[in-house]
Design a protein around this ligand. Sequence first.
Ligand code: PLP
Length: 375
Amino acid sequence: MTDDGTRVVRSGLPEPAAHEPSLPGPVFAAHFHLPGDATGPYTYGRDANPTWSLLEQAIGELESPEQPAHTVAFASGMAAIAAVLFSQLRSGDAVILPNDGYQLLPAVRSRLESYGVEVRTAPTAHDAQLDVLEGARLLWIETPSNPGLDVCDIRRLADAAHARGALVAVDNTLATPLGQRPLDLGADFSVASGTKALTGHGDILLGYASTRDAALADGVRLWRKTVGAIPGPMESWLAHRSLATLALRVRQQSAGALALAEALAARPEITGLRHPGLPSDPAHRLAVAQMRPGRFGSVVSFALPDKDHAERFLAALTLVDEATSFGGVRSTAERRARWGGDAVPEGFIRFSVGIEDPEDLIADVMRALDAARRT
Ligand SMILES: *Cc1c(COP(=O)(O)O)cnc(C)c1O
């Protein structure tokens, strides 16, 4: 097994055994038979579960195919993010967050500050986080960033952070482990929401943190047990089942996103068009250097002139659901400013390309743009 398309269909599967399924079904158990001393892999359902173990093995194989890694699955991406930050940071520590990352990071920031952690922020673009590294305990990177799609140099930032004794975590949600491998680029943690492209069907919430360091993994696992942010066995099993198609989905969605971005580039009413796969994109050169070829993700972002124009566009789409989140098999789009959390213009659209035939999708988008122009 050498490449991802081959790896994903078998990742995390147990050795074939006669009369057993290839992927065992979900194990629903609050507790396990436990005679005598409280040892062994499975004791109580908040600590470990065989369905999580297989999923964690699978994700670890994708995030770190060449070296063993430890993966801890969570109830959501936020549960995984909180686990890494709150298990590693203590009062008096300094942490660096992106100022253009996931919309809940400001809420995380105020929580950290209330516990006496110093929080510094800097933009993702131009590796600006480099300028505020001195004395930090942890650097949090999000690349490509959501929703602005800026890219930073993971290797460069990780080397600089490690030289100052800081740990490095990368939010790998948008790229998925098939788009980029932060651990290979020097990060200590690759953390992601499995709710998005990883599972790709828009029907479960999930998160995970992967690391090659056993002690760091133990800290994150103890945090999960302490706060109880555990994934359900059903969600874990569905996620594992969905991994088999990850390479197909990433390939199709990335190609569709690039085709859509190219079509949008010709539209005069659009400004601020971003997609890391677009050769004219400011992040393209760096994206090509650290991401896998042709796997720049499903997301295209752009702005229409104002709120009303954007809403007319969204309402005129027939093949695209107006919904938040991204990375699913069905295309979705939304006017991001409606949430109030991102620094984006009123007409800003985050568009996630699904697995539809790109020609159909692009025709629908062009027709909706035409309709939105006529007021
Ligand atoms: C969605 C998202 C999260 C949060 O994940 P949930 O599963 O919704 O908790 C974190 N980071 C990024 C980049 C995301 O897009």
